[in-house]
Design a protein around this ligand. Structure first.
Ligand SMILES: Nc1ncnc2c1ncn2[C@@H]1O[C@H](COP(=O)(O)OP(=O)(O)O)[C@@H](O)[C@H]1O
Ligand SMILES: [Mg+2]
Length: 316
C-alpha cells in the first residue's frame, strides 16, 4: 500500500546536519519503495504544510530538542497526524536524562549513580563544597553531561576531582542542568527496540580507544561497530532485558534505542533512551536492523507502517 509520508528533518538544534542526513536517507528509501514522500524542515512553513498536506504518516527524523522533547509529537497529536516513534509524553520523559534516570531508578532499572546539578544551585551552595561532596560520594572517574542534549555534545570524562568544575562549565554551555554520573568502564552497547521486540545488540568501539564523541559518531571509519555485539549470549540477554525495561520506564512505543554500558562484571547499565534514533550511514538502529536481516528501506517502511497502524493518539 502506497502512503503519503512527510519526513521531518532539520530544525535549529545542534544536531541539524545529522538530522538532515537521516531525513534524506529515509525519504529516498521510502520513495524508492513507492511511497509519496515530502521532506519538511522545522521552520515557519511546517505547521501549514502539515495541516494541509493530507499525510498518512509523519516520519520524525529530527534529533535534538525540538524533535525529541515532545513538542513536535504534541503538535502532531493536535493535528491528528500519526507519527513515528514514542508519543509526546514518552518523548518528554526520555529527553531529560535526569527525569529518565529518576524513573529508571524508581522502577529498579539499573542506571549509573548520578546527581543532577543546576548551574544556579551550585553557585548558591558554593561550588567547592558541593563538588567535594559529590566526588566523595560518587568517586572517580565520573562523566559529566548536559541533562538535555545529544550526540555526546558537552559530555566529558572526569578522571580526577580537580577536572570536575571545568567539565560542568562545558556541560552548562548546552543546558543549565548537568548530570554528574559514575563512569562505567567496559563495553558500549546499543539495543534498538522495534514494536516491542529487540534488534541484535550493537557494540560500539571507537578506534584508538577514543571517546564515542561527535566525531567518532559521524566520521566514516572512526568507530568500529559489531552487530551482533561480541559478548556472551547471557550478557546480551541481560542487555536486551534492560533495554526493554528502559522502554517501559517512559511508556515507549514503535521504535527507540537504549544506550548501555556493560561493566567488567558483565553487568549492564542504561545511560539513556533515544526516542528519535539516528538513521545515517553510521547510525546504530540501521546497523541493528541490518543484523536482523532488514535492509534500510525495510526498516523505514516497518517504522512507517507501525505509525500508520497506531493511528493518531487522541488529544480529547
Ligand atoms: N556513565 C558513563 N560511563 C561511561 N561512558 C559514558 C557514561 N555516560 C556516557 N558515556 C559515554 O558518552 C556517550 C554519550 O552519553 P549519552 O548518555 O548516551 O548521551 P548522548 O548520546 O545523548 O550525548 C556514550 O555513548 C558513552 O560513550
Ligand atoms: Mg547516547
Amino acid at each position: 500500500m502506497s502512503m503519503s509520508v512527510a519526513v521531518l528533518a532539520g530544525g535549529l538544534s545542534l544536531e541539524r546536519e545529522v538530522s538532515l542526513r537521516s531525513g534524506r536517507r529515509v525519504a529516498e528509501a521510502l520513495s524508492d519503495r513507492g511511497h509519496h514522500v515530502v521532506r519538511l524542515d522545522l521552520d515557519d512553513r511546517l505547521v501549514t504544510a502539515l495541516a494541509e498536506g493530507q499525510f498518512d504518516v509523519a516520519y520524525l527524523a529530527l534529533h535534538g530538542k525540538a524533535g525529541e522533547d515532545g513538542t513536535i509529537q504534541g503538535l502532531l497529536e493536535l493535528l491528528e497526524i500519526p507519527y513515528t516513534g514514542p508519543d509526546a509524553v514518552a518523548s518528554a520523559l526520555a529527553w531529560d536524562k535526569a527525569i529518565f534516570k529518576g524513573l529508571a531508578r524508581r522502577a529498579g532499572v539499573a542506571t549509573p549513580a548520578w546527581v543532577a546539578l543546576s548551574a544556579d544551585a551550585i553557585r548558591d551552595m558554593g561550588a567547592a563544597r558541593t563538588l567535594d561532596r559529590v566526588v566523595a560520594t560518587l568517586g572517580t572517574p565520573l562523566i559529566v553531561k548536559p541533562a538535555q542534549g545529544g550526540a555526546s555534545m558537552g559530555v566529558r570524562k572526569v578522571s580526577a576531582a580537580n577536572e570536575l568544575r571545568a567539565a560542568l562549565v562545558a556541560a552548562y554551555s548546552y543546558h543549565h542542568v548537568a548530570l554528574v554520573e559514575r563512569f562505567v568502564e567496559g563495553a558500549e552497547i546499543a539495543v534498538s527496540v522495534v514494536d516491542g521486540s529487540p534488534l541484535p545488540a550493537v557494540e560500539v568501539v571507537p578506534r584508538g580507544g577514543a571517546a564515542y564523541d561527535f566525531a567518532a559518531r559521524y566520521t566514516h571509519g572512526a568507530t568500529d561497530f559489531y552487530a551482533p555485539a561480541r559478548l556472551p549470549n547471557s550478557v546480551l540477554e541481560g542487555c536486551t532485558e534492560l533495554a526493554l525495561a528502559a522502554c517501559d520506564v517512559v511508556g515507549s512505543r514503535q521504535v527507540a534505542r537504549a544506550d548501555l554500558m556493560v561493566d567488567g562484571d558483565n553487568r549492564p547499565w542504561v545511560l539513556e533512551l533515544d526516542t528519535c534514533p539516528g538513521m545515517t550511514e553510521t547510525s546504530l538502529l540501521p546497523l541493528a536492523a541490518g543484523a536482523a536481516g532488514w535492509d534500510f528501506a525495510e526498516l523505514c517502511e516497518r517504522v512507517v507502517l507501525l505509525a500508520a497502524k497506531a493511528g493518531s493518539p487522541s488529544v480529547a
